[in-house]
Ligand binder design. Sequence first.
Ligand code: HAM
Length: 426
Amino acid sequence: MTRIQIPRGTQDIMPGTVELWQYVEARARDLSRRYNYQEIRTPLFESTELFQRGVGETTDIVEKEMYSVSNPRSDDALTLRPEGTAGVVRAYVEHKLYGQPNQPVKVYYLGPMFRHERPQAGRYRQFVQFGVEAIGSSDPAIDAEVIALAMRFYQEMGLTGLSVELNSVGTLEDRARHREHLLAHLNGVRSELCADCQSRIDRNPLRVLDCKNEKCRTLTKDAPSILDYLSDESAAHFEAVKGYLSALNIPYTVNPRLVRGLDYYTLTAFEIKMAEIGAVETLCGGGRYNGLVAELGGEDMPGIGFALSIERLLLALAKQGVQLPVSGGIDCFVAIQTPDAKQEAFILVDELRRAGVSADLDYLDRKMKAQFKQADRLGAAYTAIIGEAELANGTVVLKEMATGEQQEVKRDQVAAVLAERLAARA
Ligand code: HAM
């Protein structure tokens, strides 16, 4: 039979690596709790129209990257979520969260997203995003809170050398004023731009400024900047966000060309970058989406959020050589010196587990030497040995693996002694 392989752009997260994931996910949850963001879990698939309307018809995500799913018995058009914001806003509208007294609504999510992209380092077809959304406040302080939350997350993980790139993409009115001048410039160089940019000029001209192609960048170097077309109110919002970031000592650079790849952004847009992580250097992206709640059928409520992928975080940590404090080892391996001790060992393991001690024993009839090897492989902190003598006098020999020190302990006290020693080590 031929082997069936994993789909391109996806990965198995195997024991030995999954501990890193569990660690960062636990830290993300803890950080969210400290910032008072509560978890929200929305479906992995939503109606396709949600993303068409929410993310935008002319975005790469909607045009090229969605995995649409169907079932022959139903004509629902459904799509695996390519991002989390649209689903969160749909749930916010559906559950009428704009009407609850506790405002703004602050939620986080941690889960897989799906995009049909060309797989490469840091770019997968299924990836896990940690994201937050704060809906219901226009206060620039909350823009800074959201950016700070992402930066503190990376800092707490031990990453260094990160920078926030910040821009304001204005309101729809600001953009309409800018558009006319931008189009005049872009039409002047239209024939020299790359094919992607040429097709973007009419549909979403701001995106042309974000093209990575060197020639396009040179041709648009002097294109009018959106920052020069902000209304007084939009400009004041941008200044206030910068002020709050400075107050928290969060370094940022203003990048007037930063335009995110999703259509819902208004005013604040930002990305967090690291000097170099393979082909992809953006670790995190986010911004304000003041029209999105209304676009999806809710009251006109402002919102802001970000998302980052755990894949890119782990890649960045590996690049910087940061070791996360994860230990995969068990607390105690119970070694069986004589077949007669098997049942007693089996009972002891159960007792230890109930006392909160992680424990295991041999299931392959290994000799003592091989059992010790197994204890080492499992990273056991202690090995408890039960032989003829111990069975006879109701004891167990407890060996601390790091020091080799051995001690005879009364059988009925093993769990308590181990729990105490392990607590002292923690
Ligand atoms: P996004 O820029 O499309 O924004 O994605 C955010 C982050 O998800 C990226 O910075 C990157 O870390 C990660 N990411 C995206 N695509 C991939 C991929 N193919 N493989 C691995 N990681 C990836 C959004 O998704 C918005 N929903 C963010 C947001 C929330 N804006 C407001 N609220």
